[in-house]
Design a protein around this ligand. Structure first.
Ligand code: PMM
Length: 305
């Protein structure tokens, strides 16, 4: 896959898979809801993730867990804009996890360098024009509907072929609105209208190379998701709780990096930041190390800026 060392406007370029750390400024997110639901704590957490080696810090104000209600525009703005502004001011490469063009607009003005839209532009018809107008890098994720009914829409004959086709259709729709394909990152949307019991997520992961012909870098975001808990269920059939799936997430990071992913999105940053460095040193036979065998420094000033 050609995507790892891809150039995207405003974002760090590394000879390895990047790591995006998650800051959910929400009371109810899937795995860390409520923990950073305060501007000061959210900024502190984002800075810690950058210190731990996150190349990008992803700030979101709306939970996308299955069944989650939507928040108002005003509330989403209130949650994310100050956090994005402060992290950007401190030199962190910030992405904003939003489906709303107005939130994207305000946060890009506040310093966000990437718009991470889990709806791939479907939730807000103004998104494509905003992305075209600002020239900002944009994550286009595969999506079939809002959280309250997305699992009902997880009906596929061939999940890989259909996700590929739907991403291609969305890329074309964005281009029709003036978005330069060079702004785009693609994401198969693990867990979004994908059913653990039908192994949709695993089929996608097993065939990431099928997305090569779309010619854009891939973001893989499986951190703490339910399909990992299901994979690791106990003898009584109980899913492993998400709080105990960080080792499985780390395995996903290693395999995604080896498969050529541009970036992984994770909650627990340090293990993944270490792992992508190990993978890159392995892949290149140490060609990028200094004459003492050292890699790039981990953390802000090294990879965070
Ligand atoms: N998943 C979540 C949130 N944002 N963004 C992208 N690009 N891809 C994803 O799969 C994705 C996302 C939900 O996970 P969280 O509630 O743990 O943040």
């Amino acid at each position: 896959m050609a995507s790892t060392r891809c150039e995207l406007p405003g974002l760090p370029r590394r000879e390895r898979c990047l790591v995006m750390g998650v800051v959910n400024v929400t009371p109810d997110s899937f795995s860390d809801g409520g923990r950073w639901f305060d501007h000061g704590r959210a900024v502190e957490h984002g800075l810690r993730l950058a210190e731990e080696g996150a190349d990008i810090v992803d700030v979101g104000g709306e939970s996308t867990r299955p069944g989650a209600p939507r928040v108002s525009l005003e509330e989403e703005l209130r949650r994310v804009v100050p956090v994005v502004r402060e992290l950007a001011r401190q030199g962190v490469a910030v992405s904003v996890d939003t489906m709303r063009a107005q939130v994207a607009d305000h946060t890009v003005q506040a310093g966000a360098r990437l718009v991470n839209d889990v709806s791939g532009g479907l939730a807000d018809p103004s998104m494509a024009r905003l992305v075209a107008k600002t020239g900002v890098a944009y994550v286009l994720m595969h999506w079939r509907g809002h959280s309250h009914d997305m699992q009902r829409r997880a009906v596929y004959t061939d999940v890989v072929t259909e996700v590929h086709q739907e991403l291609r259709t969305r890329m074309e729709a964005m281009a029709d609105e003036g978005v330069d394909p060079a702004q785009l990152v693609l994401d198969p949307g693990l867990g979004f209208a994908k059913k653990p019991e039908q192994a949709h997520n695993w089929q996608l992961l097993a065939h990431l190379d099928r997305f090569d012909d779309l010619g854009r870098p891939l973001l893989i975001a499986g951190s703490r998701k339910r399909f990992l808990g299901r994979l690791l269920s106990d003898a009584d059939g109980n899913d492993r709780p998400f709080s105990e799936s960080d080792d499985a997430t780390l395995a996903l990071t290693v395999l995604s990096a080896a498969a050529g992913a541009w970036c992984v999105r994770v909650h627990d940053v340090r293990p993944s930041a270490d792992a992508v460095r190990v993978q890159a040193a392995w892949r290149t036979g140490g060609a990028l190390l200094d004459d003492q065998g050292r890699g790039e420094p981990v953390g802000r000033g090294g990879s965070g800026r």
